[in-house]
Design a protein around this ligand. Sequence first.
Ligand code: 5GP
Length: 187
Amino acid sequence: MTSGKLIVLTGPSGVGKGTLLQLLLQRHPELYFSISVTTRSPRLGEKSGQHYHFVSRSQFEQMAAQGEFLEWAEFANNYYGTPRQPVIDQTQRGHSVVLEIELVGARQIRRTFPEALQIFIMPPSIAELERRIRSRNQDSEAAIARRLARAREEINAAGEFDLQVINDDLEKALSRIEAALFAPAQC
Ligand code: 5GP
């Protein structure tokens, strides 16, 4: 059996990665979504084991020390990491795995898995990104400022990725991602 692909989706907070990902997984149930571990508090409606595995900082640090993460990073004062074993198991079974992670983690994956397909989701503009983050109504003013500063850094690194997709129109953005994922292998 050939092993599955590793697909990395990165893009600034508020760019709409979550919505794109949800649609992608609905349309392609054969894709496996890697559920990350985080020390962030759950947002309204988020469930542990579905959106994230929510853990304390000490639990996270212990997992990191034991090498349980494929990659991990600190983002807006919280830790986020990809559990190693499920990703290895799924790719070995031939399933493609999607990681929705930030820039530092994407760079770690690029070093370890240079064959991973790395996609960067761009907002139509920074002003639109700020509007989207604010409309979520879920972050404090300080958290919004941190997320916007980080967004600028991430957008500056978009050129490192295999593909940049502007999320101005959901359907168009999704089609571009699908085309990259399901393109026949180049000989
Ligand atoms: P949020 O708090 O908005 O859910 O996520 C904040 C950022 O953390 C997003 O950019 C998201 O892609 C990223 N993220 C989520 N899970 C992981 C992970 O396992 N590793 C890394 N490096 N970033 C993650």
